[in-house]
Design a binder for this molecule. Structure first.
Ligand code: ZN
Length: 538
C-alpha cells in the first residue's frame, strides 16, 4: 500500500508545459495561520489573487506535520525542505537554562550571544537555522541569483531566507526594519515607511462588510477577561500600531513593499533566477485577536484576496512569466466560546493550573524547594531546573510527569528520552502517531525534558485580557493542515487532495529551476505534479 501515492503522483504529472525554460523569479508566499479549514471555507467566495492562484496546482489539505505548529518552525520548513528536527527551529521560543543572561528563554530568530539582549529585546539573526534555504542553494549554483524577503514578522523573513540574503525587510512593530548591515536602504523601503507612517497616523473608519460577511457578524463573549469579538470592522484611532498590525491594511503594506523591491531591484530580469519570499502576517494577527469564524476574518480574507490579486497583476505586467508557491506556516482554530455555540461541546480554554509556572510552584511547595522548578508555557516543551541536585531533579521530573499525565486536558506527555529513541516517521503525515508528530519537532539540545500535548479542542490561552483570544500550536489537524499552491502562467489547473507536506516545496521548486539538491540533506521529496518539476530519479 505504501506505493500507491508514488504511482498516483507519476500518473497525474503534468508534462504539457514541462518543456518551458525555468522561471526567472520564484515568489514564495506564506499566509500566516491560513489553515486548510479557512482556505476551504473562503476559496469558493474569492475572485482575486486566491482565485487566480487557485487555477494552479492546489493541494488544499497539505501538512505542516510537526507537533509544534507555530510560526517559526512552520516558516523554517517552507524553503528548507526540512522538518524542525533537522532544521533546529523547534518552536517560536525555547529555553537554554545554561545561558548566562538572566532571561533563559531563547527566541528562534535572535542571536542570544549579543550582550545586553533578551528574548524580547533581541538582535534579529538566522543563527539558529541549521540548514540552507532555497535562496542559498540558488546562490551556490548561480552567484548572480538574488534573494529578497519582505514580511510582517522578523521570524518569517529570517526563516524563509536564512543566511546572507540580498535584502530582508520585516515589520518591527513600528516600521520596516532589517537585520542586514552595510548596504544603502532601498528607495522602495523609504517610500513604504513613509506611506505606512502616514496611513497609521490617520484614524481608520470602520470597513463596510459585504453581504457575504453578514452571516459571520455575531457578537460572541470571550471568557478570561477579553473583549467580545465577532462583529469587528477594523476601525482604529490615529497612531494605533497594534490595531494596524491586526488589520487587512498590514498585508497590503507588506505586498506594496514587495512590489516596490521587485521593480527597484529588477527581480526576475537578471542573469540568474531570483527568489522573493513574502510573509503575510495579518491573517495570524486577526485570527489571534478575533478568532477565525467571525466577520473580522471574512473581511481579512476578502481584503487579502484583493491585495494579492493586485500584486499578481503587477507581476504579470512587470514580468509576464514567474512562478508562485503559496502556503502557510500552520493552521489555526476558532475561539472555544463560538465553537461551543456551533455545537462543539468539548471546546474549552486551558486550565491555568497546568502552566509550567503553576505546576512548578506547586512542586516547589510540595518538595520544600526554592524557585519555580519548571520552565515553559501552557503546553509543549517543559524544562526542569538545572540547578537541582540529581536526585531532587529526578523526583521533580517524575512528579511533574505524573501531574500532567493525570490532568483531564492532557492527551499525552513524552519525555526527551522517549523522543530520542523514536525514529522519524516514514508514512504520510495524516497517519503519524502523536509521538511521531512530536519527534519531528524534537532537537536533543533545544527541546525540553518533556513535551505536553493537550487534548483536541483545548485552546491554550486562559487569560484573554491581553487581546489574544485564539491560537494554534497543537498536534491536531486544524493546526497542522495548510494549503500548498504551485502556480505559473500556462500550467494546467488541478486540485489534488493528497497529504503532501511543506517540506516538498524546496525540492519541487529546485526541480522546476534545474537546481541540484544533494540527496539525504533534506526531508522532503520532489513532487512531480509541481508545474515543470522534472524530478530527479530516486
Ligand atoms: Zn504563524
Amino acid at each position: 500500500m505504501r506505493l500507491w501515492p508514488a504511482l498516483l503522483l507519476s500518473a497525474i504529472a503534468a508534462p504539457a508545459a514541462a518543456q518551458s525554460p525555468p522561471p526567472k523569479l520564484i515568489v514564495a508566499i506564506s499566509v500566516d495561520q491560513l489553515s486548510s479549514d479557512v482556505f476551504d471555507e473562503y476559496r469558493p467566495l474569492l475572485n482575486g489573487g486566491f482565485a487566480k492562484l487557485g487555477r494552479g496546482t492546489v493541494f488544499p489539505h497539505a501538512y505542516q506535520g510537526h507537533a509544534a505548529s507555530e510560526t517559526c518552525p512552520g516558516h523554517a520548513t517552507i524553503l528548507t525542505g526540512s522538518h524542525p528536527a533537522r532544521n533546529g527551529i523547534i518552536a517560536n521560543n525555547w529555553y537554554d537554562l545554561s545561558q548566562t543572561r538572566s532571561d533563559k528563554s531563547v527566541y528562534c530568530a535572535e542571536d542570544e550571544r549579543v550582550a545586553g539582549t533578551s528574548s524580547s529585546t533581541y538582535t534579529v539573526s538566522p543563527v539558529h537555522l541549521k540548514v540552507p534555504t532555497l535562496g542559498e542553494y540558488m546562490k551556490r549554483q548561480w552567484p548572480a541569483s538574488r534573494t529578497v524577503a519582505v514580511a510582517g514578522k522578523d521570524r518569517a523573513a529570517v526563516m524563509m531566507t536564512g543566511q546572507r540574503p540580498d535584502q530582508r525587510w520585516y515589520w518591527n512593530g513600528k516600521t520596516f526594519a532589517t537585520d542586514l548591515k552595510g548596504s544603502a536602504t532601498p528607495q522602495s523601503v523609504i517610500s513604504a515607511r513613509t506611506a505606512v507612517a502616514n496611513l497609521v497616523a490617520q484614524p481608520q473608519v470602520a470597513l463596510v462588510p459585504p453581504a457575504l460577511c453578514a452571516t459571520k457578524a455575531g457578537v460572541v463573549p470571550v471568557a478570561g477577561g477579553g473583549v467580545p469579538v465577532g462583529a469587528g470592522r477594523f476601525e482604529r484611532a490615529a497612531g494605533d500600531l497594534s490595531l494596524f498590525r491586526a488589520s487587512p491594511a498590514f498585508d497590503g503594506a507588506t505586498l506594496a513593499l514587495a512590489a516596490g523591491l521587485v521593480r527597484e531591484m529588477q527581480l526576475g530580469k537578471g542573469a540568474a533566477p531570483d527568489l522573493l519570499a513574502v510573509g503575510l502576517s495579518a491573517t495570524d494577527y486577526v485570527g489571534h485577536r478575533y478568532g477565525t469564524e467571525g466577520q473580522e476574518m471574512c473581511l481579512q480574507m476578502l481584503s487579502l484576496d484583493r491585495d494579492l490579486g493586485d500584486f499578481l497583476t503587477f507581476l504579470d505586467r512587470e514580468l509576464g512569466d514567474y512562478a508562485v508557491v503559496l502556503t502557510a506556516d500552520h493552521g489555526g482554530k476558532d475561539i472555544p466560546e463560538r465553537e461551543r455555540l456551533g455545537g462543539l461541546a468539548g471546546a474549552a480554554r486551558v486550565d491555568p493550573a497546568i502552566s509550567a509556572s503553576n505546576v512548578g510552584k506547586a512542586l516547589a511547595a510540595r518538595f520544600g524547594l526554592p524557585g519555580n522548578l519548571l520552565y515553559g508555557s501552557n503546553f509543549g516543551d517543559i524544562y526542569v531546573d538545572r540547578s537541582l541536585a540529581a536526585g531532587q531533579r529526578a523526583r521533580v521530573l517524575a512528579a511533574a510527569l505524573a501531574t500532567y499525565r493525570a490532568h483531564p486536558q492532557v492527551e499525552a506527555v513524552f519525555t526527551n528520552e522517549q523522543l530520542a529513541r523514536t525514529p522519524m516517521p516514514a508514512t504520510t503525515p495524516d497517519k503519524w502517531t502523536l509521538i511521531e508528530r512530536a519527534r519531528t519537532s524534537f532537537d536533543a539540545k533545544r527541546s525540553g525534558d518533556f513535551v505536553v500535548l493537550l487534548k483536541r479542542d483545548i485552546t491554550p490561552i486562559a487569560d484573554t485580557k491581553g487581546g489574544y483570544v485564539s491560537t494554534h500550536g497543537s498536534v491536531w489537524d486544524y493546526d497542522r493542515r495548510v494549503p500548498i499552491i504551485f502556480w505559473r502562467p500556462g500550467y494546467p489547473a488541478q486540485s489534488i487532495d493528497l497529504p503532501v507536506q511543506t517540506v516538498v516545496i524546496l525540492p519541487s521548486v529546485a526541480a522546476m529551476l534545474g537546481l541540484p539538491i544533494a540527496a539525504g540533506g533534506i526531508d522532503g521529496q520532489c513532487l512531480s505534479q509541481a508545474p515543470g518539476a522534472a524530478c530527479p530519479a530516486r
